[in-house]
Design a protein around this ligand. Sequence first.
Ligand code: SAH
Ligand code: SF4
Length: 350
Amino acid sequence: MTTGPVPGIGVLGLDRGGLERWLAGESEPRFRTGQLVRWLYQRGADSYEQMTDLPAGLRATLADRLPLLRPRLEAREVSALDDTRRYLWRLADGATVESVGLPADDRLTVCFSTQAGCAMGCSFCATGAGGLVRDLGAGEMAEQVRLVGADFGARVTNAVAMGQGEPFTNYDATLGGVRLMNDPDALGIGARHITISTCGLIGEIERLASEPEQFTLAISLHSAVQATRNRLMPSLRAQPLPRLQSALETYATATGRRPSLEYALVEGVNDSAEELAALIGFCTGLLCHVNLIPVNPVGGLGHARPGGGRVMAFLDGLAAAGIQATIRTERGTDIEAACGQLTQRHSGPG
Ligand code: SAH
Ligand code: SF4
């Protein structure tokens, strides 16, 4: 599948396959696709005028029919703690999305959004609280990653779809976006260094298992007790845990890759001994890695972090059962750039 033109957002609405089809429709030779992709995502041209190795007639048609409308930087905040940077972009049609840049030693990870807002309404997540505005196009995802790399003046080594949105309700564009990130003509990031995080949509997990690339998969599990998960993630009631588990087995078998399970610990909700036992049961026999994240506070949503003792009890309990687990230390919390803290709103100047 390739993604076709999205009204109002110009060339960033297309993935590489969509560009190729569009150029074929103009009777252009195949090598034009690589040229255009390089200008857009490697060289970061600001206009078609700069693409001097494309024929003038084609440049004019592109400008007319597939305008190049880069996102505008609306605000930028830099964490005083660790140089994590949070960006608010205004897209061509006025929608806004956020991205986060996380530098560490010789790595630069960019957390990008796949939608403006999100329709899933998870109870602990700031993005979910605001609802869905619209799906992003493939190029709008790759572009966030490129722009953050340019701001740091560094090569992006890792990309994670953990910003706003549920990537698997926008599957084709997300795959097109991560392929552009992976594409040597575009951002050239290794597929294994690109992570797609989903709240757990089963059909799409199975679909990802059959894709040729080795993108990394993360699942937001948050509870292995069905009733608790239904409360935390009400849109996933129709996606029962046993089926999620077998989809993950399918993924692990097909790809030989270890999916990570994200588990945001919320005091009094999913941090009990019974919850731990259910989590161990879910993971037993499954190739996986558990990321324990003390929930990030989101104003008004009323979820609190458990004490350090509970977090360690989970880590030790999983280790004793032979399950790989780590505690994820969150970054950029002083600028609300951590997981689940991204919203449509933004405060402070850029
Ligand atoms: N929709 C996708 C990806 C975006 S959310 C998903 O749900 O996986 C990125 C990650 O942030 C997910 O693991 C999500 O569960 C987590 N998250 C959301 N709100 C959070 C919060 N308040 N504290 C910690 N993690 C949170
Ligand atoms: Fe959407 Fe993910 Fe937030 Fe749930 S956690 S509301 S799926 S962005």
